[in-house]
Design a protein around this ligand. Sequence first.
Ligand code: AMP
Ligand code: MG
Length: 390
Amino acid sequence: MITQEEAYKIIEDSVITLGTEYIPFQNSLGRILAENIYSDMDMPPFNKSAVDGYACRKQDLANELEVLEVIPAGVAPSKKVGKNQCSQIMTGAAVPEGADTIIMVEHTKNEHGKIRFIQEKTSANICLIGEDLKLGDLVLKSGTLIKAQQIPVLASVGKTFVQVYRQVKVAVISTGDELVEPHETPKVSQIRNSNAVQLLAQLQQMGITGRYIGIAKDNPESTRNKLEEALDSSDMVLLSGGVSMGEFDFVPEILLEKGIELLFKSIAVQPGRPTVFGKKAKQFFFGLPGNPVSSFVQFELLVKPLLYKLMGFDFKPLALKLPMGVEFNRKKAKRKSYIPIYINELGEVMPVDYNGSAHIHSYVHADGMISINIGETTLQKGQIVDVRQI
Ligand code: AMP
Ligand code: MG
């Protein structure tokens, strides 16, 4: 049994890169940039009015101003503003030559067609050319995860096709004679297969459409067939169940037969001890424990960072540092333990009711997870813990 950190190191050391592709930027949400993006212009590209008002000279603010023209956004000014003159200007329009200040329309009075500034002071209200970005500035680095806020940046620099890492092709298998699919009614001793859809949903949250292979029966032939189908044209196989020490848990045996080298077979983490990781040339394999919480948590801890790494992104979950709202105790301390928690109105960490690794319903009430290290049995009330959001 190795620690979570040792397991992750093994995974990290096995990483390869998958290659890249060019795609329209509108389709790039959730993808990882494989090129640096530079600005192709100054931003703003011209001195731009920040308000609706009158463009004039600061030194003339005490005087009546003659209006030369109206400058809507998108129209170039045609007149230079001189002494005691102004041009009416809209937000986003180019500031005319000669003007150094835009007075807000709310701060003016129109007296017989002439404009008078009626406040004490004003700021310039001009967004200066290049104040946000200069031509050639690096705006997005290679390795950036494209979220909603990156899309307008690509648009503003005219980057309509982007080079991104190709997505990982993932196949999902469930194992177990007791499983029926969600639309079926379980007979005595049967349960619904919730792991396959759970893993597919976790993949979907990362923008990956997994390929569902089906349920492998607890016999070598069925397991072998499903595994062969899954390994065909995929980069990664996620299989749940059949990896513990039970009589029908022969997945590791079949993996070896298929030439998959097993890099670890169990980890000192609760839930998820019998987590198996293997590799065959450029293909990766995870055998996740059948219990739904174990499978969910190990996807978060080990599978997700590897998937992102394969796509060129160094995923570092943002940990919120918050105080425990109650004391937490456990009896055994041989493994690092993950506990589902919610954050109360006071910003304190509260464990949710949790009966163990089969209790996936508990996670419906969880905002995140906290961990308690090997050798530790207590988290004190008020102790600051890292909350890993899910
Ligand atoms: P296993 O890892 O195959 O020994 O399974 C451990 C527990 O998880 C057993 O109670 C199984 O019935 C349950 N289990 C296995 N696979 C699934 C699945 N796909 N969906 C829900 N529960 C499962
Ligand atoms: Mg099983």
